[in-house]
Design a protein. Sequence first.
Length: 222
Amino acid sequence: MTTAEAMRRMRQVLGLGRLVALGGPEDGTWLAERAAASVLVEAAAKAVRGAAVTRLDVRLVDPAAAGEPAVPPPPSALPPGAHRLAAEVAVWSGEPLPAVTAALRSALARAAADRLGLVVTEVDLRVAALPDSPLPSAPAHVPSPVTPSDAAGEAAAATAGVACLTAELGGGAVHTAADRVQVEVATAEGFRALDVGRAVRAAVSAALADGRPVAVLISSVA
């Protein structure tokens, strides 16, 4: 694989991707695969010099064993369960490949738990490129903020760890129905995504006080 091809693979990481569940069935929080990949790629680059993740997919290990979410999920979202990270990497460090890939697996699994709250039980890596020099960094996705316009949005926007409301799936940041509420947010730096999702759910539930279940979709993680 050439350096140009490796960069194309890295840019693919920035697609919106699947909506994966954070935590367990009771947590009601989903994360865009693009946001997960961005955090994990960055964490791997910081932890392991001389290597870069150029493609990363997040999938359920066993969809049949996935749990039933306690709140209605966003459209087409994956159910909560154990996940597998499947990554392609470029390595130019000159270090033995087994050592480099072992360090990358550890960095990816640790970031998934500590930065996101994503349950990961398997990390599969494939060395797809051996460039002569470091790959340039892929551009970071910057979410477009949405101004809150109702009680649910105001409560979510005021929650610690929320950088802004977003509407990247279309139709606004807050989707309300007779039997459910869904809020889309971007998280701020220094906060674990799952913890923010839990806090948003609690804040919106308290603001509405009508018993409707609240689901949170995190579209971007700082």
